[in-house]
Unconditional design. Structure first.
Length: 164
């Protein structure tokens, strides 16, 4: 039977300094970008970047962002906006994570590759370095352990319910 309440895209912790996804066959991409205000720059994507860069033929120098694919867990929730009965569902992304670099950023945390983590839709934790990402992972692991204990307690509570 399919798990109706929780679905996960595979989230595999990547070893240190290894990008989560390579794009076989595509290789690093290089193109010439016209800079507003004059000049042009030859840009090259890091090997892990899968951004389409459709709007990056021209722009401000610091507009450029390289992105790896975003992966999240998805929790299936009642979609109350679709009706009053909650029978429709929507898969809400949680703990979305990707690698990003803003190569021309003046912020030294963003001008080197960093983890971009969105715990839930619309909320960005900012640029996380490997140690900070490790802290988030440790916190989530501890919480998952707690949720497992709650599940065990719930099973016991159901078994005893009405007999306590
Ligand atoms: Zn790129």
């Amino acid at each position: 039977m399919a798990d109706a309440t929780v679905s996960h895209q595979p989230v595999v912790p990547a070893p240190t300094a290894t990008p989560p996804v390579s794009s076989p066959g595509s290789g690093p991409r290089t193109w010439v970008r016209k800079i507003h205000g004059g000049g042009q720059v030859t840009e090259s994507c890091p090997s892990w970047c899968t951004a389409a860069h459709l709007n990056d033929q021209g722009g401000l120098l610091d507009d450029l962002v390289h992105l790896s694919p975003e992966v999240s867990a998805r929790l299936v929730m009642p979609d109350w906006s679709a009706g009053v009965d909650g029978q429709q569902t929507v898969a809400m992304p949680v703990l979305a994570v990707r690698i990003q670099v803003d190569p021309y950023s003046e912020d030294p945390r963003r001008s080197v590759p960093f983890a971009s983590v969105w715990p839930w839709e619309g909320e960005d934790m900012g640029a996380l370095d490997p140690e900070e990402l490790g802290g988030v992972i440790g916190q989530m692991e501890a919480h998952l352990d707690y949720m497992r204990r709650v599940r065990t307690q719930l099973e016991a509570a159901i078994a005893r319910y009405g007999r306590d």
